[in-house]
Design a protein around this ligand. Structure first.
Ligand code: BG6
Length: 500
């Protein structure tokens, strides 16, 4: 995104190279970049894992993963063969320093053979508890150069800490070895095309921004609804919950993009400075306000897409008495000149009626209800809906006169659909983000102060929730829109959630 583009060939090392993320997202994204000739031909990819045999067996494993997860299928044999020649395997433990010095020798050999200059991108697709030791081992083995010459960068996957304190500790560990400009904290929502389009819509057009403030906007709703449950991640969910898993990162990132001021330039620091200002402007809440303005939920058994599903407590690796939340709604106020008095209602949940992520800007109604005189008592407010996924697009809802002899107003929409204009298959978020990290562009990655500012608001919520255990879990049926309390949260303000 910025002008700091360099297309240097690099070596990429994926720690957790055989893990779920590598198979589902990273290797398919790299394959797509290869297929589209975006990766310099010499670029090498090294999967680092504790178990595995050789380059050959690793390649076979990744080939099977691509057959399942490649964006465009089938995978042509010739494309696979040329991609496979970039793939290497290194067997090592994350905690053993000797493995890192051996890795260094191996990378040196691969780089020499391929004529690579020694630029290195380390992808930490590993549990948070292992990040510290890997970073330390990388530092000790002399992998990280802070001066001119070949570059070294690290991509860190979420979850980035589990509260403010652990996030700070993790940032400290990273900063012992890497400079901030070398650290790429990934939030894959930022790589989605529709997320990137938020700023383009707002700032690349003349007509929206003048309306984008407290004079015209009544409130904003941000929804990340999923129909899937916790799948095979019961253990992780018991630890995390939806507030940490989705709201702290994805939802607050969307909030920042919607609420931020225009940056002074379209470069990593200018954009992120503005996002941080939004987070700093969120009004802190007392314990009482948190209990009033937030809602937790946990799904019970129900039906999704016509199929019966179990409740959260019956999922694998979940405590049958668990109090962990799988749904959260939260009303936040941004206390700045643009947004004072405009509530932002955020919600995210598993096992909801359908999968949809959207941002709805709901506008104020006209100052005078002119058509009341001819019997139109209630008019739907205008709404601009940014459909992040699926069915990516943007819709503007407004009232139109129903043709006929009497004045009747019905809501209609102007609808832009990505699939109609740009074709069905959009690049995956990871494709964009990997390329940006290789280019050294951190605009779409979270900066240290951004992550900590987000935790500053989420941690009090976690603390208050912990000290006030829910008495009603499970409190929503799988396949519905969440607990009744979340309807009440908006009803109290005379508003209601959209039914996407
Ligand atoms: C991940 C969460 O970050 O995002 C998952 O850990 C969630 O729980 C996923 O399912 C949703 O991503 P997407 O791109 O499918 O909306």
């Amino acid at each position: 995104m910025s002008s700091a583009i360099s297309t240097d060939p690099a070596t990429m090392v994926i720690f957790g190279g055989s893990g779920d993320l590598s198979k589902r997202k990273l290797v398919p994204a790299l394959f797509e970049l290869h297929r589209e000739k975006q990766l310099p031909p010499t670029t090498a990819i090294v999967g680092y894992a504790r178990t595995g045999e050789s380059d050959e067996t690793y390649r076979a494993e990744m080939k099977a993963a691509l057959a399942e997860f490649a964006r465009k299928k089938p995978v042509e044999e010739a494309e696979w063969t040329s991609f496979a020649s970039r793939l290497f395997f290194f067997r090592g433990d994350l905690t053993i320093p000797k493995n890192f010095t051996d890795l260094k020798a191996r990378l040196g050999a691969i780089e020499k053979e391929r004529g690579l200059p020694g630029n290195r991108l380390f992808y930490l697709a590993i549990p948070p508890s292992s990040i510290g030791v890997v970073v330390k081992n990388l530092g000790q083995a002399g992998f990280v150069y802070r001066v001119d010459g070949p570059w070294s960068r690290v991509i860190v996957e979420k979850p980035f800490g589990r509260d403010l304190q652990t996030a700070r500790a993790l940032n400290e560990e990273l900063s012992q070895v890497f400079a901030e400009r070398q650290i790429f904290r990934i939030d894959h929502y930022l790589g989605k095309e529709t997320t990137q389009n938020i700023l383009v819509l707002r700032l690349g057009n003349g007509i929206f921004e003048p309306l984008w403030n407290r004079r015209y906007v009544d409130h904003v709703q941000i929804t990340v609804a999923e129909s899937i449950g916790v799948e095979n991640r019961g253990k992780f969910y018991e630890e995390a919950g939806v507030l940490r898993d989705i709201i702290q990162n994805h939802v607050l990132q969307l909030l920042c993009l919607v609420a931020m001021e225009p940056p002074v330039a379209f470069d990593p620091d200018a954009v992120r400075d503005e996002k941080v200002k939004v987070l700093r402007s969120i009004q802190p809440q007392s314990g009482e306000e948190i209990l009033r303005d937030s809602v937790r939920g946990q799904y019970g058994p129900g039906a999704v897409d016509g199929k019966t599903v179990v409740g959260y407590r019956a999922e694998k690796d979940v405590n049958p008495m668990s109090l962990r939340e799988t749904y959260a709604a939260w009303k936040v106020q941004i206390e700045n000149w643009r947004w004072a008095g405009v509530p932002f209602y955020l919600r995210a949940g598993k096992r909801l009626q359908k999968r949809v992520t959207e941002i709805a800007i709901q506008f104020k109604t006209p100052p005078i209800a002119l058509f009341r005189q001819v019997g139109v008592l209630r008019q739907e407010p205008n709404a601009l809906v940014l459909r992040i996924q699926p069915d990516e697009g943007i819709a503007l809802k407004f009232g139109a006169k129903v043709p006929g002899p009497v004045t009747k107003i019905d809501p209609v929409t102007m609808d832009f659909r990505y699939s109609e204009f740009f074709g069905a298959s959009q690049p995956e978020a990871y494709e964009r983000l990997l390329m940006d990290a290789i280019h050294g562009d951190s605009t779409l990655f979270a900066r240290r102060d951004e992550v900590e500012a987000a935790w500053e608001h989420v941690t009090p919520l976690l603390d208050v929730w912990r000290d006030n255990p829910p008495l009603d879990h499970p409190n929503y049926e799988a396949g519905t829109w969440g607990p009744d309390a979340s309807v009440a949260l908006l009803a109290r303000d005379g508003r209601r959630w959209r039914r996407p």
